[in-house]
Design a protein around this ligand. Structure first.
Ligand code: COS
Length: 385
């Protein structure tokens, strides 16, 4: 399908595809097996200016939007979700600064983020605050000219590897969602350390760690927006980034589909390639249909976000929900089309199937996406009355 990409968009897509094929595909199995962080690939992406795609030009980026960013995310995901998660989580961590940071904060942090010199992580989740984002227990107490952070963040992507952390903490616990605030915490700040690296089912090239704050003092200027705005900062951040998770779904589904088609053309059974068997053709036809529908939706929502629309929650949730459910279904079906071979580590589809599962979980489970969509529908219909 032709999505009428302009010259710059084609360039981003083609360069991302080239990096994915030349630098990611040859090492993805090893990165997965060894749980190795893809440092060299991140350097290659930095050298090709990928970290600056969506950062405004005045801060050293290219001033493009969500759409250009998701084109890169999709191509990386076609090769390896562990790698694309590392790249996409960097954008997730950057959005709080981009959307709500002060001029000073943008000037201080965005140029190094745009150049890829510094990696970023977003820290919202805790042991008792997953789907219930307002249940954050980490505290930030203002003492003179500093905030003092105490608490533990859990399952933080890029944890330990990132240099900059955007952290949600409670400044006024009694106020629930309105008592949360967002902060920038730099790696190396005394009182800020990391837990062990998590051993995961999939996206094993990405790094996931706990963040430990023990009387960690940061300058009060490191608050993002105002005290009490942390929940909104987090929600708007997720509204912006969930389309990227949708693009990850499109990419991994595409990668699994292509592998399954190639195999089905080669594999002979009953004296013919299995792609000639109608049962297999129908599975592949369904996969192709679902992928194209997911891609069209994700692209449309990214363009909607870039149009400057104010309320994008519902559509980002729709894109994330649909495309990641497609990713799970298509990767499972790719394994099925390939049969025993699909189950073996010689082929990439078993990894893709393991990797795809996280897409239905992180940045809000797909059950939470349905809640977001449902709440938006209630609001919309109330307005019409
Ligand atoms: N944009 C702007 N404001 C928003 C918003 C959004 N996307 N979502 C919620 N708000 C506002 C609400 O309007 C409400 O404002 P008021 O207090 O003025 O009424 C406030 O924030 C609280 O919202 P709500 O009552 O809906 O909060 P809940 O505690 O019920 O939580 C969900 C809402 C479930 C949507 C939220 O907790 C969530 O997104 N959870 C998933 C978190 C997640 O994605 N975690 C993954 C971690 S990052 S990998």
């Amino acid at each position: 399908m032709d999505y009428f990409l302009n010259e710059e968009q084609l360039m981003i897509r083609d360069l991302a595809r080239q990096i994915a094929e030349e630098k990611v595909m040859p090492v993805r199995a090893e990165l997965d097996e060894k749980e190795e962080f893809p440092r060299e690939i991140m350097s290659a992406l930095a050298q090709s200016d990928f970290f600056g795609i969506y950062i405004p030009e005045e801060y050293g980026g290219f001033g493009k939007g969500s759409f250009e960013l998701i084109l890169a995310i999709e191509e990386l995901s076609r090769a390896c979700l562990g790698v694309s998660t590392t790249f996409a989580a960097n954008a997730l961590g950057t959005y709080p600064i981009l959307l709500y940071g002060s001029g000073e904060q943008k000037k201080k942090y965005l140029p190094d983020i745009a150049s890829g010199k510094k990696l970023v992580a977003f820290a919202l989740t805790e042991a008792s605050a997953g789907s219930d984002a307002a249940g954050v227990q980490t505290t930030a107490k203002l003492e003179g000219s500093e905030y003092v952070l105490n608490g533990t963040k859990q399952w933080i992507t890029n944890g330990g590897e990132a240099d900059i952390y955007t952290v949600i903490a409670m400044t006024d616990k009694g106020k629930g969602a309105r008592g949360a605030s967002a902060f920038i915490v730099e790696k190396g700040t005394p009182g800020f350390s990391f837990g062990k690296k998590e051993n995961k089912m999939g996206i094993r090239a990405s790094s996931t760690r706990e963040l430990l704050f023990e009387d960690c003092r940061i300058p009060k200027e490191n608050i993002i927006s105002k005290q009490g705005m942390g929940f909104i900062v987090a929600m708007k951040t997720l509204d912006s980034s969930r389309t990227g998770v949708g693009a990850q779904g499109v990419g991994v589904a595409q990668g699994a589909f292509e592998t399954a088609v190639d195999y089905a053309k080669e594999r002979q059974q009953f004296g013919q390639p299995v792609i000639s068997i109608q049962a297999v053709q129908h599975m592949l036809a369904d996969m192709a249909t679902q992928i194209e529908a997911a891609r069209a939706l994700v692209y449309a929502v990214a363009r909607f976000i870039d149009s400057g629309a104010r309320d994008v929650s519902k559509n980002s949730a729709i894109a994330k929900l649909f495309a990641t459910d497609v990713a799970m279904k298509v990767t499972v079906d790719a394994v099925q089309v390939m049969g025993g071979a699909g189950y073996m580590r010689e082929y990439p589809v078993e990894k893709m199937m393991r990797d795809a599962k996280i897409l239905q979980i992180y940045e809000g489970t797909n059950q939470i996406q349905r809640n977001v969509i449902g709440q938006a529908l209630i609001k919309e219909t109330a307005k019409k009355k």
